[in-house]
Design a protein around this ligand. Structure first.
Ligand SMILES: Cc1cc2nc3c(=O)[nH]c(=O)nc-3n(C[C@H](O)[C@H](O)[C@H](O)COP(=O)(O)OP(=O)(O)OC[C@H]3O[C@@H](n4cnc5c(N)ncnc54)[C@H](O)[C@@H]3O)c2cc1C
Length: 295
């Protein structure tokens, strides 16, 4: 298939980009890595009247640490996130997650922010943004606004941006030195979108889990941050009986769809199994890291 005709603007500044989006009356699209947008345009699933290319805007290709948060700019590629020294030091769970994103060629072009904006329910970065209390910064001709990740994902491929808004950066929490993490994903082949995935972080205080965060993807229309599961784990030791409790709660709670790739029952089973592994890993790592920070 070939795309419907469209205009193209290589914006040189944020203001040029937002003015072009505003002038398009809602029919313009930002292009970042183009890894998801171009196939959709070629299949005519979307027909933008103008593509606003943000790759030449200066200053958006940086990962910066501000206090205990990392700010990831709109043109930071997956490969840069996967190999960045700040991510290595302060967010090892994000490095783990990145290894599951597509293949090197796609990671060389695809961007962290583009993936979050695309809001695929089986993509890793939307879930990580939710897990790590992300804040999305969006610009339009009306100025800047911040959107909490918990308010951003509205449905499969649907986000909370207005049509004339452009994400310039996303901030996410770093992990404290004594925080353990687990990231477990299942896909048919390396680099495929996940059938299901679980991610969690926790600390150990006085022998019990604290500051628990738990998220899943591939089992709903959006990535899921599950406060009910976090509450079950908070204040407890991660033991096999606690993991049984978590699996049972997930079984009762999750309502995945059956599709070409997997049945609802299989996805529910996967979510329970991956949650158990991720929580075991997080507990072990928290124990190890606590030992090191106590020394
Ligand atoms: C073969 C293949 C396998 C893949 N496998 C995976 C996988 O396993 N896991 C995974 O997570 N992803 C996967 N992807 C998707 C890949 O990660 C994409 O890079 C990502 O989803 C989109 O990033 P992008 O920068 O290419 O965005 P684009 O394709 O440029 O844009 C995607 C959408 O987001 C919008 N957008 C982009 N940036 C902004 C912005 N700054 N502000 C506002 N809107 C914006 C665009 O308008 C468009 O609607 C795969 C892609 C391919 C082609």
């Amino acid at each position: 298939m070939k795309p419907a005709p469209f205009d193209y603007l290589a914006a040189k500044s944020i203001s040029e980009a937002v003015e072009a989006l505003a002038a398009s009356g809602g029919d313009g699209k930002i292009i970042a890595g183009g890894q998801s947008l171009m196939p959709m345009i070629n299949f005519r699933l979307v027909k933008p009247t103008i593509l606003v290319d943000i790759n030449r805007i200066g200053g958006l290709d940086r990962i910066e640490k501000h206090d205990d948060r990392l700010r990831i700019g709109a043109t930071v590629r997956h490969h840069m996130t996967a190999t960045d020294v700040l991510v290595f030091e302060h967010l090892p769970i994000l490095q783990d997650a990145m290894h599951h994103v597509a293949h090197l060629t796609v990671r060389n072009r695809g961007t962290f922010c583009g993936s979050v904006c695309h809001a695929d329910p089986a993509a890793e970065m939307p879930m990580m943004t939710l897990l790590l209390n992300g804040t999305i910064t969006a610009w339009s001709v009306r100025g800047e606004r911040q959107i909490a990740a918990s308010d951003f994902f509205l449905g499969s491929l649907v986000n909370a941006l207005e049509p004339d808004e452009f994400v310039t950066s996303i901030e996410i929490d770093t992990l404290k030195p004594d925080t353990g993490w687990g990231f477990e994903e299942f896909s048919r082949r390396q680099g495929d979108f996940a059938l299901a995935c679980a991610a969690t972080t926790l600390r150990i205080e006085d022998g019990v889990a604290r500051s628990v965060r738990f998220a899943l993807m591939g089992v709903g229309e959006t990535p899921l941050r599950l406060a009910a599961i976090e509450e079950i784990i908070d204040g407890k030791t991660v033991s096999e009986s606690l993991l049984d409790q978590v699996s049972e709660a997930l079984n009762d709670f999750l309502q995945p769809n059956t599709d070409l790739h997997a049945s609802a029952d299989y996805r529910r089973h996967l979510a329970g199994a991956l949650a158990r592994r991720a929580l075991r890993d997080a507990w072990k790592r928290a124990d190890l890291r606590k030992g090191k920070t106590d020394d």
